[in-house]
Structure formats: structure tokens, C-alpha cells
Design a protein around this ligand. Structure first.
Ligand code: ADP
Length: 455
């Protein structure tokens, strides 16, 4: 069968949804096709924090920030491999994108709390309600319902269709073994996410990241969009930059949100009971440090002082129940008890915590120079979980220009084809900073929707 639209969006994560809604508002007839039975991709399962320099919460908290500092942090965090022009654009458009999410999509951000991930010089991460991407995906879905944008799930895009001039005019897809052709009068937006769940594809670029590593990614994140676009001679960039997330579940590879207490002072130790890395270091640095420890595992520890501020156990109750059932996380009245549960060197751990408490008091971490400042770990209950790194984000991908038009290997625009989100490889360089994905996918998703609708 054949269906006709103005704009066809492939993928229903944050990038695809931002693009589809923007295109619809620009007067285009839009469809989203999604290969999984459910909407949201990786965007659904993230913590959902969004870095926005100069945001309203910063203003009310009296935090100084600027587009410039955000650009510098982002470029430096990616070893200067990100495209400066695209990073600048992302930084400039971050606030309008966040206001659009707040005022139009009705995403509920906390008004009095911000997140500071590793590599950021100030707190600038807006936090959606309950600290998960579910807040925005549910609001996005309410908006697509309201705008009557159809989302065709269980529908896998398999190829792009070009006319004789090379313009992309549609998408071949498959649903339950049936072929469906989606014709796109104005444009196709590729928003299929990265390739973190595709072991063959990631080992092609980084042999070390084989099946020993889990992944934090949703199952559908297989690099399909990159493969489809490469058939049209699209250029890829930075494909060997694949990020592992340091603190994930040791069995499933799923990212641990409960361990976000780390951003509020929880410490990371090894089986020998010792810290071995600054807890707010870059993800790649922490991941590599963990893999160098006994059993390639780490233990995250905090007490009630930190929990009171971080509230991660309170917010992520299901995660606690699951980890606790599996023997991967415990709550206890003493640190000794936790050390025994995990077979961590008890005396060394007690001595380590003692040092941390002194550093917290003096305001200076004499071991790893913790940039957020260490916090005391003295009051029960205490929490400890075991973690290891898994493949999280693929920084590389398609090359696009400032209008999100996909470029070919000669640097020319592939007419009719736009891309946004993790499928692209423009802003993060060698290492994406936490909270930058949401900014990237919303900013460029909106541009892609607008541009595709206009042509
Ligand atoms: P982003 O953050 O860039 O929006 P996500 O990972 O959140 O990326 O979303 C990408 C979505 O695209 C996922 O829901 C995924 O299942 C979907 N997807 C991936 N490949 C295809 C394909 N070939 N056809 C349709 N949908 C796809």
C-alpha cells in the first residue's frame, strides 16, 4: 500500500516527536513511523535532564551562566571534536526549546532544583518531574493526540526512496511482513537514534565494545537510520566515539538512576573499600577506571544526609525493589553491614568514609578533588549498590548542516532528507556531557520539523 504525507518522521524518540509537532504546527501533514510497539525510544528511559544556559531556575537560584560557558564546557567535554557552529546553535536555541517544552508541550520541570552533571562548570540541567524521560514522552504523546499526528508503531523503515534527481521523496517500510510505502511531499526526517544496541555495528568501530558489555539502550536502537542514509552516500562522522555509562546494573546493563545520588555526593569505591576516581569525572574516565578494578565492578555508597537532598531512593522506588531483590542494592543501619553484604573490605571502607567526612568538613577533597565538594556520610540509613559500565550513547552519526539537512560524502546536501537526535554526529565530539542529549534532540528536532515542512 501507499500513503501520502508532507513530512514523514522516522523514529518516535524526543527528536522525532519534536520534529513532528513542529512540522505539523508549520502546516504540514505529518506521520511518525516507529518500529517498536511502544513510543519513546531511548528518550523514554533517560533521566530526562536538559542543560539550558540562562534558564529560569538558574535565575531564581542566582546561578550565573551564559551561552558561551555552555559552549566551552561542551566543546571541551568532547575533546574539541564537536562542530563549533552546531554547538553554538544548540546553546543559543536551548532556552527557546526549553520554554517551548514548558509552555507548549507542558513538560513539568522542577522550579527549585537543577542538575549538574560531570563536565559542566555550573548547575544548568532542568529536571523533569520524577527525574525521568517518561514525563516528556507522555506530554509529547498528549500533544500528538491533540494535533492528530498519527504514530504508526511496529512499522520499520527499511529504505529511503529517491527520485531521479536524488531528492528523497519517501520511505519504504514494513509492518507485520507487509510492505508500506510512505510518500513525503516535503521531506523525510531521520530520527532513529544511535546504534548502541547493535553489537556488530559498534564493534566495527570499537572492537573492545563486544557482547561483554550490556547497553543502556532500548532494543530498537540499531543504527538503522545511519545504514539507510549511507546507501544514499550520506557521510558519517566520529563513529568511533561511543560512550559507556559508568554506573549501570551489572546484570541487564540498564542505567542506574537511583545512583544519581552520585551527583549529590555519593562516593564510588572498589572491592578493596577505596575510592579510585573522582565521582564527577567524565563518563569515559570513570568507566575505564571501573573496568580496571577487581571484578570490573564498583560500589556506590551514600547515607541519609545525601539522600535527603538527592531523594533518588525515594523517587526510584521500583529500581530499589528490583535491585534489592536481586542482591545488587541494600539499605542498612551501618556501613559495616553493607560492606559485609557485598564482601567489600570493611576496615578499609570505614577508614575511607572517615576520610570523606573530614574532606566534607574541610571543604577540600584531598584525594580526588571532587568538583562538587564531598558531603558527609554519617547518618543512617546507608545505601550501597554494585555497578558496572555499559554502552550508552553513540556520539557519531550523520553529518548535517545548520538546517539539519543531511550531507553526502562530497559535502553536498541530500535534498529532502533531514536528521536530528542521536542519529547525527555533530555536537558531542568524543564524549557527550550528561544532560546535553535532551538539549540536542529538542533543538535540532525542532529545526528539522520546521525545515522539512517548509520545502
Ligand atoms: P532520539 O533521542 O535521537 O530521539 P531515541 O532513541 O529516543 O532517539 O528514539 C529513536 C526511535 O527510533 C526509537 O523509538 C527506535 O525504536 C526508532 N527506530 C529506530 N530505527 C527505526 C526504523 N528503522 N524504523 C522506525 N523506527 C525506528
Amino acid at each position: 500500500t501507499e500513503q501520502n504525507f508532507d513530512v514523514v518522521v522516522i523514529g518516535s524518540g524526543g527528536a522525532g516527536l519534536s520534529a513532528a509537532i513542529t512540522a505539523k504546527n508549520a502546516g504540514a501533514d505529518v506521520v511518525i513511523i516507529e518500529k517498536m510497539p511502544t513510543v519513546g525510544g531511548n528518550s523514554l528511559i533517560t533521566g530526562g535532564q536538559m542543560n539550558v544556559p540562562g534558564n529560569w531556575v538558574q535565575k531564581s537560584m542566582g546561578i550565573e551562566d551564559s551561552i558561551d560557558i555552555f559552549v566551552k564546557d561542551t566543546l571541551k567535554g568532547g575533546d574539541y571534536l564537536g562542530d563549533p557552529e552546531m554547538v553554538q546553535l544548540m546553546a543559543q536555541q536551548a532556552l527557546p526549546a526549553a520554554e517551548w517544552l514548558r509552555d507548549y508541550i507542558k513538560v513539568d520541570f522542577y522550579q527549585d532544583q537543577l542538575f549538574q552533571f560531570g563536565g559542566h562548570s555550573v548547575k544548568r540541567g532542568l529536571i523533569p518531574r520524577n527525574h525521568t524521560g517518561a514525563e516528556w514522552i507522555s506530554k509529547f504523546m498528549a500533544k500528538t493526540d491533540e494535533l492528530e499526528i498519527p504514530i504508526h508503531t511496529r512499522t520499520t523503515a527499511t529504505a529511503l526512496i529517491q527520485d531521479q534527481n536524488g531528492r528523497v521523496i519517501g520511505v519504504e517500510a514494513e509492518k507485520n511482513g507487509q510492505k508500506i510505502t510512505y510518500m513525503a511531499d516535503r521531506g523525510v526526517v531521520m530520527a532513529t537514534g544511535g546504534f548502541g544496541a547493535n553489537v556488530a555495528m559498534r564493534t566495527k568501530y570499537v572492537p573492545e565494545l563486544d557482547e561483554r558489555y550490556g547497553t543502556t539502550n532500548a532494543r530498537g536502537i540499531m543504527g538503522d537510520g545511519i545504514v539507510m542514509a549511507e546507501k544514499l552516500n550520506a557521510k558519517t562522522h566520529n563513529m568511533e566515539s561511543i560512550q559507556t555509562y559508568p554506573i549501570c546494573h551489572t546484570d541487564t546493563g540498564v542505567i542506574s538512576l537511583i545512583a544519581d545520588s552520585r551527583f549529590f555526593g555519593a562516593i564510588v569505591v572498589n572491592k578493596e573499600g577505596k575510592r579510585f576516581v573522582e565521582e564527577l569525572e567524565r563518563r569515559d574516565v570513570i568507566s575505564r577506571a571501573i573496568l580496571a578494578q577487581t571484578n570490573q565492578q564498583a560500589y556506590v555508597l551514600w547515607g541519609s544526609e545525601i539522600e535527603q537532598i538527592a531523594e533518588t531512593v525515594k523517587v526510584h522506588k521500583d529500581e530499589f525493589a528490583e535491585l534489592n531483590r536481586k542482591g545488587m542494592m541494600y539499605k542498612a543501619d551501618s556501613i559495616e553491614e553493607l560492606a559485609d553484604k557485598f564482601g567489600v573490605d570493611k576496615n578499609a571502607l570505614m577508614a575511607q568514609v572517615e576520610r570523606v567526612n573530614q574532606f566534607a568538613k574541610s571543604g577540600k577533597d584531598g584525594e580526588f578533588n571532587h568538583r562538587g565538594g564531598l558531603k558527609p556520610i554519617m547518618k543512617a540509613p546507608f545505601y550501597m549498590l554494585v555497578a558496572k559500565p555499559s554502552v550508552h550513547h553513540t556520539m557519531g552519526g550523520l553529518m548535517t548542516d545548520t538546517k539539519t539537512r543531511v550531507l553526502n560524502t562530497e559535502g553536498q546536501v541530500i535534498d529532502g532528507l533531514y536528521a536530528a537526535g542521536e542519529v547525527t554526529g555533530m555536537t558531542h565530539g568524543s564524549n557527550r556531557l550528561g544532560g546535553n542529549a535532551i538539549t540536542d534532540i529538542t533543538v535540532f528536532g525542532r529545526i528539522a520539523g520546521k525545515e522539512a515542512a517548509a520545502h
